[in-house]
Design a protein around this ligand. Structure first.
Ligand code: TRP
Length: 462
């Protein structure tokens, strides 16, 4: 079982597998969701909690999924049922499949916004908006767009069809090549924008917000939000990374890979915070409004950054949104692939049919989520529209439950020899950190996740 099947397509290089996995992790979670949550939850204090969650909970869980995936060599739902006969654990994979589909239904809506912004950048619309001379126009522009009954729905459908076409062809081979080129480029562009952002006038307030903590704002619900965001951003807790790990070579060092992917993912989130918050403060936007700061502040940054060189602004905004769309597409593909692979294998239907079922259902619910920002905004449950509800339920409920189950499964139910062998590559590498990771998965993560989860939802009072 430990040997790879001969026809199983593995990632070929070390850097390739790290970047391909990072390609699934880096997406709207880093650039769109992180700034929204940091803005609502006190900035720096949230960032610190977030980093704690990444290190103590996220990384060990990522390693856990890698262990399951590389050992079982199969798709998410099967990986679990292959490894255990236990009823609950057998169903973790299915729960992950459902979560992936559920996240995709609203993630695709935000992907559509990114695609629209790419088109706007190409048409030079942001340059025209900047002529108004105040940043409010960007907020109005965004609001008008997402409440429009047609455009966002059309882009949502275009985006899902795009990923549909790629998924049908099979994604394995393309991903590595793509990621090796794409990830460094995204990183470089973001770095340029970070440098610019730090040196702009009035950046101080935004940077203070992001880096100077005020712990009085922290509640259990903040911690739950930070934990959910760590799961979301690192693509963990629904078994998606198992599939990636099944493509790893047997020489890949699982702990080291998880660490590097975690660092890349966190850096991208922090960098987008550094780019966005100074712009938000200098334009006097409400940082805690929950509004999608990335879509409001970023176009403004592009114009401001090179205000004397409109052509550079124009090119940078196209390049950035192009990369954002691609980074988003890799995440969408990883979310789409999980239910597709499950349907195809479980119900023995063709891949094309399975892809179509996922695409059609996501089109339907995606449209509803999209419209809930505009014409359907009156439908709310405890003050949240359907879009926000999908976001809340997946981040604050489904992913924490998935994380808890995976930790308990790897920590308590899986064969210890499998874990050791996977972490030390059958004794060929020292597997530094293995003991700590097993300890975290076994005791710390189940307890912390459960406590944070229940108190964050106000089910128990601590
Ligand atoms: N991590 C991706 C992002 O930050 C989203 C994502 C892709 C995801 N695959 C996932 C989230 C699996 C949870 C589980 O945009």
């Amino acid at each position: 079982m430990s040997n790879h099947q001969p026809n199983h397509n593995n990632f070929t290089s070390k850097i390739g597998l790290i970047l391909a996995t990072a390609g699934s992790a880096v997406g709207l979670g880093n650039i769109w969701r992180f700034p929204v949550l940091a803005g609502q939850n006190g900035g720096a204090a949230f960032l610190i909690l977030y980093i704690f969650c990444v290190i103590l909970i996220g990384l060990p869980l990522m390693v856990g999924e890698f262990i399951i995936g590389r050992h079982a060599q199969s798709n998410t739902a099967y990986a679990f049922s292959k490894l255990t006969n236990h009823k609950i654990f057998k169903n973790i994979g299915r729960f992950g499949v459902f979560t992936g589909w559920f996240i995709l239904c609203y993630y695709i809506v935000v992907s559509a916004w990114a695609l629209d912004y790419l088109v706007d950048a190409i048409l030079g619309r942001f340059g025209k908006l900047s002529e108004a001379g105040n940043a409010q126009v960007y907020a109005d522009y965004f609001h008008d767009f997402i409440t429009n009954p047609y455009l966002p729905v059309i882009y949502t459908i275009i985006f899902i069809l795009l990923s549909h076409l790629i998924i049908i062809r099979g994604v394995k081979k393309g991903i590595e090549k793509f990621a090796k080129f794409l990830m460094p480029l995204l990183f470089i562009i973001m770095l340029i924008l970070v440098v610019f952002s730090i040196f702009t006038e009035g950046a101080q307030e935004g940077l203070t917000f992001l880096f100077k903590p005020d712990f009085t704002k922290i509640t259990f619900s903040t911690i739950l939000t930070a934990m959910g965001q760590a799961f979301f951003s690192m693509s963990i807790a629904m078994g998606c990374l198992c599939t990636f790990a099944s493509y790893f070579t047997k020489e890949a060092n699982l702990i080291n890979t998880a660490f590097k992917v975690g660092v890349i993912d966190t850096l991208v989130a922090v960098m987008s915070g550094i780019i966005i918050f100074p712009a938000v403060f200098s334009a006097h936007f409400a940082v805690n409004s929950g509004a999608s700061l990335a879509f409001i502040a970023l176009p403004n940054v592009f114009q401001q950054a090179f205000s004397h060189l409109p052509t550079v602004s124009y090119i940078i905004s196209i390049l950035f949104y192009f990369l954002l769309v691609l980074a988003t597409l890799t995440s969408v593909i990883s979310l789409h692939e999980v239910p597709t692979a499950f349907l195809a294998e479980h119900y023995k239907i063709s891949r094309t049919k399975a892809t179509s079922i996922v695409t059609a259902t996501v089109c339907f619910f995606g449209t509803i989520c999209s419209l809930s920002n505009g014409v359907l905004s009156d439908i709310t449950i405890s003050g949240k529209n359907i879009f926000d509800l999908f976001d809340y339920v997946s981040g604050q409920i489904f992913l924490p439950i998935g994380g808890l189950l995976i930790a308990v499964f790897v920590g308590w139910s899986m064969d210890k020899d499998i874990i050791r062998n996977q972490l030390t590559n059958f004794g060929t590498i020292p597997g530094k950190g293995a003991t700590t990771i097993i300890y975290l998965l076994k005791y710390v993560i189940p307890v912390i996740t459960l406590l944070i989860f229940l108190s964050g939802l106000n089910i128990i009072k601590l």
